[in-house]
Design a protein around this ligand. Structure first.
Ligand code: TRP
Length: 495
C-alpha cells in the first residue's frame, strides 16, 4: 500500500496537535480577537480620515496651537538675543512673508488633497517616485525636535513648581540666574519633569486627537495672549525699557552674518511649525470648505504677534536687570522671574505665565508627536495606542540625552555644541529648511498646477487672485533663497 509506505510517524503527532490548536483557538476566541484587532485598526483608519477639525475657529486654534509654543516665547527671544536684535527680527519678518507662509500653504495643499500622513501623502500624490523620503525626513525631524522640546518643557514644569513655592521672591538677578543653572545641570529633576511632559503629550495623543485639545486651545490661546500683554505693560514701564526696545526694533545690520540669516530662516520655519510635515498632517484634518490661504495668513499673523510680544516682555527686563541678551537657552527662565518679583501680584502672574507656557508647549508637542504616530498607524499599520507609546518611549530616550547634556553628559560635544544645542540647531537650521525646500519644489515643479489651483479655490468656489504670485514665489524665489541661505549659513558658499 503506497499510502501507508509514505506515512510519516510525525503526522501521528501533528494531527492531534492541529486538533488541539483548533480547540485552543475556539476556546480562547483567538480568531475573534484577531479579527477584532483588525476591525479596530480599520475603524481607526477610517475614523482618522473622517475626523477633522470641527469648525473654522477650531482649525485656527489647533494650527495656531501648533505654531505658538516654546518657539515663540522661549526660542525667539534667545535666538534674537544671540543674533544681535533688531536686524535679526527684520530679516525674520521678511522670511515669514516671502518664504515661510508659502511653504505652510504648500504643506496644507499636500495634506488636504492627499488626506494622509506626510509619507503616505507623497506616495499618493507622486506614486512610484522618491518624494516620500521628504516625509520620512520629517518623521526623523519630529524625533529630534521633540527630544529637545521636551527638555525645555520640563524646565517649564519645574518653574511652575518654583512659582507655587514662591521660590523667586527676594532673590537678586544673579541669584535667579544661578538658580536656573543649578537646576538645569542636575541629573534627576530635569529628567523627571521631561518624562512627565512626555507622558502628558502621549496621554493627549492616545486619548483621541483634537477633541480635547481643540477645545482647550480655544480658551487657553486667548488667555496666553492676555497674560503676555499684561507682562508687556509691566516690562515697558521698567527703568531701562528704552534700551530693550531699541535692541529689539533698531536694526544694526553690521551684526548680520550668513549664520544670522540662516538662523532667522530656521527660526521662522520652527516657529510656524513648517518643514517637517506637521502641517501636512494638520492639513489632512482641514475641512474641504476652509480657505487654506486665509488660514495660513491668520496663523502666521498670530504666531508672529506672539513672538514679538514675547520679545517686548523680555528685553526691557534683560537690560533693566543687567542680564546678557546673549544668555542663550536660559534667557526666559532667568529674566522673567526678575519681572515677576517686582510686580504687584507677581506670584499669581508667575504661576499663570508658566502654566500657559506649558499649555502652549503641549499644543505644539502633540502636533509633533502626531506626525510620528500617524506615520506609524498608516504606514506601519500599528494600532494608535501602541504607535503612540512606542514613539513616546523612543523620543524620550533621545530626549533624556538632551536633558543630561547640561549635566552628566555635558562633556560630550560636537562642533563645539552639546547634544541639546546640536539638536536644537540642526532641527531648525538643517532639517526644516531642507524639508521646506523639497516641499516647495514639489508644489512648484512637480505637482500639477491645476490640482494646486483646485485645492486653493476649493474646486473653483472662489477666485485665487494671488495664484500666479504664489506659484512664482514657490517655483523660483523660495527654493533659490532657501538653498542660498542654507549653503551660505553652513559655510559651503561664501559671499
Ligand atoms: N512651532 C512650535 C513652537 O513654536 C514648535 C513646533 C510644533 C514645530 N510643530 C513643529 C516646529 C513642526 C517645527 C516643525 O514652539
Amino acid at each position: 500500500m503506497e499510502n501507508s509506505e509514505n506515512f510519516d510517524a510525525n503526522e501521528l503527532i501533528e494531527v492531534p496537535l492541529i486538533i488541539l490548536f483548533f480547540y485552543f483557538c475556539k476556546y480562547t476566541n483567538y480568531k475573534v480577537l484577531f479579527v477584532k484587532k483588525n476591525e479596530r485598526y480599520m475603524a481607526e483608519i477610517n475614523n482618522l480620515q473622517r475626523q477633522g477639525f470641527a469648525s473654522k475657529f477650531g482649525v485656527i486654534a489647533a494650527t495656531a496651537g501648533s505654531a505658538v509654543g516654546l518657539g515663540n516665547i522661549w526660542r525667539f527671544p534667545y535666538v534674537t538675543g544671540t543674533n544681535g536684535g533688531g536686524a535679526f527680527i527684520f530679516i525674520y519678518l521678511i522670511f515669514v512673508i516671502v518664504i515661510v507662509i508659502n511653504v505652510m500653504l504648500c504643506e496644507f495643499i499636500i495634506g488636504r488633497s492627499a488626506q494622509k500622513n506626510p509619507v503616505g501623502a507623497f506616495k499618493k500624490l507622486a506614486p512610484g517616485k522618491h518624494w516620500h523620503f521628504v516625509g520620512l525626513m520629517g518623521v526623523v525631524a519630529a524625533f529630534v525636535i521633540l527630544a529637545f522640546y521636551s527638555t525645555v518643557a520640563g524646565w517649564t514644569l519645574e518653574y511652575i513648581f518654583k512659582s507655587i513655592t514662591n521660590a523667586f521672591s527676594n532673590k537678586n538677578p544673579s541669584e535667579l540666574s544661578s538658580m536656573f543653572d543649578t537646576f538645569k545641570s542636575g541629573n534627576f529633576l530635569p529628567v523627571l519633569w521631561q518624562l512627565v511632559f512626555m507622558g502628558l503629550t502621549v496621554w493627549i495623543i492616545i486619548s483621541g486627537v483634537q477633541k480635547g485639545i481643540e477645545k482647550y486651545s480655544k480658551i487657553l490661546m486667548p488667555l496666553l495672549l492676555i497674560i503676555i500683554i499684561i507682562l508687556d505693560i509691566r516690562a515697558i514701564t521698567l527703568p531701562c525699557a528704552g534700551k530693550g526696545l531699541s535692541f529689539l526694533f533698531n536694526p544694526d545690520f553690521s551684526k548680520v552674518t550668513g549664520n544670522t540669516i540662516l538662523q532667522a530662516l530656521g527660526q521662522a520655519f520652527f516657529s510656524l511649525s513648517v518643514g517637517m510635515g506637521t502641517l501636512i498632517t494638520y492639513g489632512s484634518y482641514i475641512n474641504k470648505k476652509e480657505n487654506l490661504a486665509n488660514t495660513a495668513v491668520t496663523v502666521a499673523g498670530i504666531d508672529t504677534l506672539v513672538a514679538i510680544l514675547a520679545g517686548i516682555a523680555i528685553f526691557p527686563a534683560v537690560f533693566a536687570f543687567g542680564i546678557e541678551p546673549s544668555a542663550g537657552p536660559g534667557l526666559v527662565f532667568i529674566t522673567l522671574p526678575n519681572i515677576f518679583q517686582q510686580m504687584t501680584g507677581g506670584y499669581i502672574f508667575s504661576l499663570l505665565f508658566f502654566v500657559l507656557l506649558l499649555v502652549a508647549a503641549l499644543t505644539s508637542s502633540i502636533s509633533v508627536l502626531e506626525v510620528v504616530v500617524v506615520y506609524f498607524v498608516e504606514e506601519l499599520k500599528m494600532v494608535r495606542r501602541k504607535a503612540t507609546i512606542v514613539a513616546g518611549v523612543l523620543i524620550s530616550i533621545l530626549g533624556i540625552s538632551c536633558t543630561l547634556s547640561w549635566g552628566a553628559m555635558s562633556g560630550i560635544s560636537f562642533f563645539g555644541k552639546n547634544i541639546f544645542d546640536l539638536l536644537d540647531f540642526s532641527a531648525s537650521n538643517i532639517f526644516l529648511p531642507i524639508g521646506g525646500l523639497f516641499i516647495v519644489l514639489f508644489i512648484g515643479w512637480f505637482y500639477k498646477k491645476e490640482f494646486t489651483r483646485q485645492e486653493l479655490s476649493n474646486n473653483g468656489k472662489f477666485k485665487v487672485r494671488y495664484f500666479s504670485v504664489f506659484i512664482f514665489l514657490v517655483k523660483f524665489i523660495a527654493p533659490v533663497a532657501i538653498a542660498i541661505i542654507f549653503l551660505n549659513g553652513i559655510g559651503l558658499l561664501k559671499f
